[in-house]
Ligand binder design. Structure first.
Ligand code: NAG
Length: 461
């Protein structure tokens, strides 16, 4: 495996590549990551499964006329034990019938080099074989993130990555999403920002039960633990990315969108799209040529290497009929947002939320973390005037530390190390406060990660 330095030599630190909007996500990955991942499997954390399909199977009726469950439908024939294997959300984790499916085909491969065909049919077949996964499958989301295989060169980099990962685990636990964290290159040549594509493909094939795969960069944090993706909005789309259609189609800017967070439908469309997208990557003989084409297309792209983000802009511009029409460029809320724009708004937003809670007792009621979503719903009427995204006082959904490079420490020269570090602490503690609340504690000072105080009853009345 190549050393991080070797990767880095291929990618000069992105010091000058910030735009006014400051969105240069790929480079987040680029330098942290010049190393980003490498390929094997890191951690598969099955956090709770989707709470919405929580229809626990009925207990067996004492009536002996009730047909017994088909013994084939469980690894075990032991009916007495069967119900232990159905997890609390109704998913049968012990049921994998012997009937062949795509996993048994020796020519089926997970690597990015080998195309997969008829995936939609294969997924459907798999779901039929595993009926406990069918209810709610259209809304099921798998979150995926990752980082480089070796230690961070920034002395506090690994600590920061741990906190960013904890933040993702918190969000996933609260909303019943599974999460996969990968820290090895699944294709040895697809380094830096290209590393996520083979990981997303492998995750799709490993999770036929998930409709959506949601890539979230390692340096992005959920800062509204209540907010959920408005999936209904994307029902006619297969790919969602944060950006501004005007900047894509008129300015043709490589920072008109941010490829550091995206949602992709687990589908044949997605596999075909990733084949085309990754065709611009460093594992192909056309890598250099694509670098030139992308710079030709997006004049503001200042570095020569072909990168995934500009590649995405290219496909929107040049292959709109083929791909662009299924890509939703989301600009309405912080599907991801620039930290510098967000961090200074947090204090006032906290003030707004506290005022609402002081006035509404039901919002202050203590509750078990598991039922948090019911309180999120209760909040909505009070947030209807808050707006979304920039200039709103709703909590920003995802804060992305583009340019801070927590792992490598090679932050953009536009910011001081201190400003990145302070902002990361504030943002991570801001998010953590939303979690700790249900555990009875709070960070009083967002810059003090190490201490909390107990929350009094009926806080913040
Ligand atoms: C926070 O609110 C105060 C008082 O309304 C206002 O003066 C200030 O500009 C706000 N700060 C930000 C960053 O929005």
């Amino acid at each position: 495996m190549k050393s991080p330095e070797l990767y880095h030599s291929q990618f000069p630190p992105p010091v000058t590549r910030t735009t006014s909007a400051g969105r240069r996500s790929s480079f987040t990955i680029a330098s942290d990551a010049f190393i980003f991942f490498s390929g094997a499997v890191a951690a598969l954390l099955l956090v709770w499964a989707f709470s919405t399909y929580s229809n626990p199977q009925p207990h067996p009726s004492p009536n002996f006329n009730t047909p017994l469950p088909d013994p084939k439908s469980s690894v075990t024939d032991d009916v007495d034990c069967k119900y232990e294997f159905v997890s609390s959300n109704g998913l049968n984790l012990r049921h994998d019938p012997p009937d062949p499916n795509f996993y048994d085909d020796p020519t089926f491969e997970y690597t990015i080099d080998t195309p997969v065909k008829n995936w939609d049919e294969k997924r459907t077949e798999w779901l039929k074989q595993h009926p406990s996964f069918e209810p709610g499958s259209e809304e099921r989301v798998l979150v995926i993130s990752g980082s480089q295989p070796g230690p961070c060169s920034n002395p506090i980099g690994d600590h920061l990555l741990l906190r960013f990962f904890k933040n993702k685990v918190d969000y996933c636990r609260i909303h019943g999403y599974d999460i996969f964290y990968n820290n090895v290159l699944l294709h040895p040549k697809m380094h830096t920002f290209w590393a996520k594509i083979p990981a997303v493909k492998a995750a799709m094939l490993a999770h036929p039960e998930s409709e959506w795969i949601w890539w979230v960069d390692s340096d992005a944090a959920f800062t509204d633990m209540d907010f959920k993706l408005p999936l209904h909005r994307y029902k006619n789309h297969n790919f969602v990315v944060h950006g501004w259609p005007k900047l894509v189609y008129e300015k043709k800017s490589w920072t008109s969108l941010n490829a550091g967070v995206f949602l992709i439908r687990n589908s044949q469309w997605a596999l075909d799209f990733m084949d085309v997208w990754s065709g611009m990557g460093p594992q192909t003989p056309n890598y250099e040529k694509w670098g030139e084409i992308l710079r030709e297309t997006c004049k503001d792209k200042s570095f020569p290497e072909s990168d995934d983000q500009t590649g995405l802009v290219y496909l929107l511009l040049k292959e709109k009929e083929k791909w662009g029409d299924k890509i939703y460029v989301e600009g309405e809320y912080y599907f991801e947002g620039y930290w510098l724009e967000i961090v200074e708004t947090l204090e006032n937003i906290t003030g707004k939320y506290n005022n609402i809670e002081r006035a509404v007792r039901s919002l202050r009621r203590r509750h078990g973390e598991k039922v948090s979503e019911s309180y999120s719903a209760l909040w909505e009427p009070y947030l209807k005037d808050a707006g979304y995204g920039k200039f709103s006082w709703r909590r920003p959904f995802i804060t992305h530390f583009t340019g801070c490079q927590p792992c490598s420490g090679r932050h953009n020269q536009m910011y001081s190390e201190q400003s990145c570090w302070d902002a990361m602490q504030k943002v991570l503690n801001y998010a953590d406060n939303q979690v700790l609340r249900n555990y009875g504690f709070v960070h009083r000072d967002l810059l003090d990660s190490a201490s909390v105080s107990p929350l009094p009853f009926d806080h913040p009345a």
